[in-house]
Design a protein around this ligand. Sequence first.
Ligand code: ADP
Ligand code: MG
Length: 361
Amino acid sequence: MSIAHLAITHLRNFESVTIQPSPEVNIIHGPNGSGKTSILEAIFLLGRGRPFNAHDRNSLIKVGKLSCTVFGGVTLAKEVLKVPVGVTRSLDGSHKIRVGGDNVKSKSALAELLPLQVISPEAFGLLSGGPGNRRQFIDWGVFHVEHSFHDSWRRLNRSLKQRNKLLRHGNITDCLLAPWDKEFVEYADIVTRLRTSYVDRLAPLFNSILGELSDLDGVSISFYPGWDSQKPLSEVLENSRERDRRQGFTSYGPQRADIKVKYLQHNAADVLSRGQQKLVICALKLASGYLYTEATGRSCIYLIDDLAAELDSRHRSLLCNMLARVESQLFLTSVEATTFNNYWQSKQIKMFHVEQGAIKE
Ligand SMILES: Nc1ncnc2c1ncn2[C@@H]1O[C@H](COP(=O)(O)OP(=O)(O)O)[C@@H](O)[C@H]1O
Ligand SMILES: [Mg+2]
């Protein structure tokens, strides 16, 4: 999977630019505020249909314009044919997605075509943010690896919504709740089984990658399903029914799932330095990319914003050496052009210099 052609219009400081990226390594360099991160944001919009920061609704659109558009030609593994993909976001909040010449409604068509792994300042939320960040990370992996996941996940959320709606009404008898409890438990078990087996495969990979990237010893990940897993969820729901009624929502279940990232017995985000956290995040994303490739035979595209930031030269070189072994298209940004020239000997490299919204190859 790689982007062979990228056209960006009215996004942040770009008026209209096009580039022809390398299928392997792309280094985007230029001074502060030139538009390096914006190129990664454009690719992210193309692959996910939303900005890096989901709450940041309109700032991607160039000031004074009504919409921004990113268009790409995506080459599927080893094929010559390019699939045209386009995303337009408008100030009124609407968006338009086109894949292979057709309008599509669902963003999942983009996700299937352009599987992205992002390492950027926003990615630190994976450790320091709420559990929603980590659930999204696991679910991205499970979604791509297990086809049955999406449907069970949708049904689970539907039954949770219905259950919460009833709970908010008050005076709800057990009889009325029972059918939704039954459906909720049924799909919760499926979703949890798939998540558990995914994290079981992710954890050893994560540890071995982190071992190559750093000397950090004692970082572990473990899965919390959203309730005390020693007990069946049906029993937990029964015991917390009064509390659920009082508060008007469901206290336990897969909607509370998390992965705990620990350093020794501490929460990793509380004790690791920023540089160490960055290495942990890289190891998580690389492990997830590896499982994706193993399951689908295709590769992810890595977007790495300011790769050098927070890493000393030894860790930078360990990370670059590992990235050089990944069979994926890479987009790396850097203030200096020369920071990583030595790592990609056997790769096709393209360098893009960005300056005030103009890109030169
Ligand atoms: N909506 C917008 N309209 C116009 N310019 C913008 C908008 N949002 C950001 N910018 C400008 O775009 C430039 C590019 O930012 P960015 O890509 O983050 O730079 P870099 O990563 O190269 O440091 C900055 O100068 C910023 O002020
Ligand atoms: Mg930047």
